[in-house]
Design a protein around this ligand. Structure first.
Ligand code: AMP
Ligand code: ZN
Length: 140
C-alpha cells in the first residue's frame, strides 16, 4: 500500500469528500480549509510537484480547478478565488503529491497574501535578463 496520502485517496484506500473527477484528475475538499469549500485538485498518478507533471495532465488539472472555482462561485457565493500551489519544502509543501489549492474568498475574510518587496536599483533588469536567457534556452 502506498504511503502517500493523496495516492491513497486517489485509489480509494483513504477517505475524502470527493467533488469531481476526470480519468486522470480528482478534486476533493481540503481537510483543514482556509474557507469552507477549499478544494484540492490532484493528479491520480503520483507526481511530486508541478515541475514533474506532463503538460497534458497539468492542463487537465487546470480545467478541473476552473470547474471547481465556478461551483464555489455559484454554490458558496465566493466573491473571489485564489489558486495556490506549494512546490517544494521551501515553498511550504507538506504533502509531496502535486496539488492545486482552489480557495473561495470573501471580502474581509482575513486571509493575508504574500508580503512583497522592492528590487534594489538595477536588479529587476538583471533578474529579467537571467530568466529570459533561461527561458530562451528551453525554447519557451
Ligand atoms: P501543502 O502541501 O502545504 O500544499 O498542504 C497540504 C494540504 O493538504 C493542506 O492544506 C492539508 O490540510 C491538506 N490535507 C492533508 N491531508 C489531507 C487529507 N487526508 N484530506 C484532505 N486534505 C488533506
Ligand atoms: Zn502520491
Amino acid at each position: 500500500m502506498s504511503t502517500c496520502i493523496f495516492c491513497r485517496i486517489a485509489s480509494g484506500q483513504a477517505p475524502a469528500v470527493s467533488l469531481a473527477e476526470t480519468p486522470r484528475v480528482l478534486a476533493f475538499l481540503d481537510i483543514a480549509p482556509v474557507n469552507y469549500g477549499h478544494t484540492l485538485v490532484i493528479p491520480k498518478e503520483h507526481h511530486e510537484s508541478f515541475l514533474d507533471l506532463p503538460d497534458d495532465l497539468w492542463l487537465e488539472m487546470g480545467q478541473v480547478a476552473r470547474r471547481v472555482a465556478q461551483a464555489l462561485r455559484t454554490t458558496l457565493f465566493a466573491r473571489g478565488i485564489n489558486l495556490g500551489m506549494n512546490n517544494g519544502d521551501a515553498a511550504g509543501q507538506v504533502v509531496f503529491h502535486a496539488h492545486i489549492h482552489v480557495i473561495p474568498r470573501y471580502l474581509s475574510d482575513g486571509l493575508m497574501l504574500f508580503p512583497q518587496h522592492n528590487y534594489l536599483a538595477g536588479d529587476m533588469e538583471k533578474v529579467g535578463e537571467q530568466l529570459r536567457r533561461a527561458l530562451a534556452g528551453q525554447g519557451a
